[in-house]
Design a protein around this ligand. Structure first.
Ligand code: DQA
Length: 137
């Protein structure tokens, strides 16, 4: 089984950025724990701060992978283009967020992506990614 974990803007700074919201662990460190927990899953990981690069990645894997766990960061709340890319591919996408966006500023309450995703998991810290993987299994 092949699963891509796809992180959007500023998520390369996990462990450094706004620790009270996003925690103190880097994604690379957390990613190691996923490998250990799911030895039979073939994981890929991609992070980009660029909207087009995220769309290119969705196109690249979206007709062959078994699932995509996507945290599009702030593009969640702005990007019709990423929403369209999710609708265009065959691979199911689970939208995840580290923070509970509904407890935060109102501009974070709307997602352009959710409608085209299999489901949404948010507010469980980095464990949101594991729960996203579980939902694909
Ligand atoms: C986020 C929530 C977004 O509103 C924010 O822009 C992020 C991270 C989360 O994982 O909680 O960059 O997607």
């Amino acid at each position: 089984m092949k699963i891509l974990i796809l992180n959007g803007p500023n998520l390369n700074l996990l462990g450094v950025r706004e620790k009270s919201i996003y925690g103190g662990q880097s994604f690379e460190e957390y990613f190691e724990t996923l490998h250990a927990k799911y030895p039979n899953i073939e994981f890929s990981y991609f992070q980009s701060n660029a909207e087009g690069a995220i769309i290119d990645k969705l196109h690249e894997v979206g007709f062959s992978y078994d699932g995509i766990v996507l945290n599009a960061g702030a593009y969640t709340h702005t990007s019709v283009a990423i929403a369209d890319a999710i609708a265009a591919i065959n691979t199911p996408v689970v939208e995840v967020h580290i923070s509970n966006v509904h407890q935060r500023e109102s501009f974070r309450h709307h997602s352009f992506l959710s409608k085209n995703c299999k489901g949404v998991i948010l507010g469980f810290g980095l464990d949101s990614y594991r729960l996203g993987i579980e939902s694909l299994l």
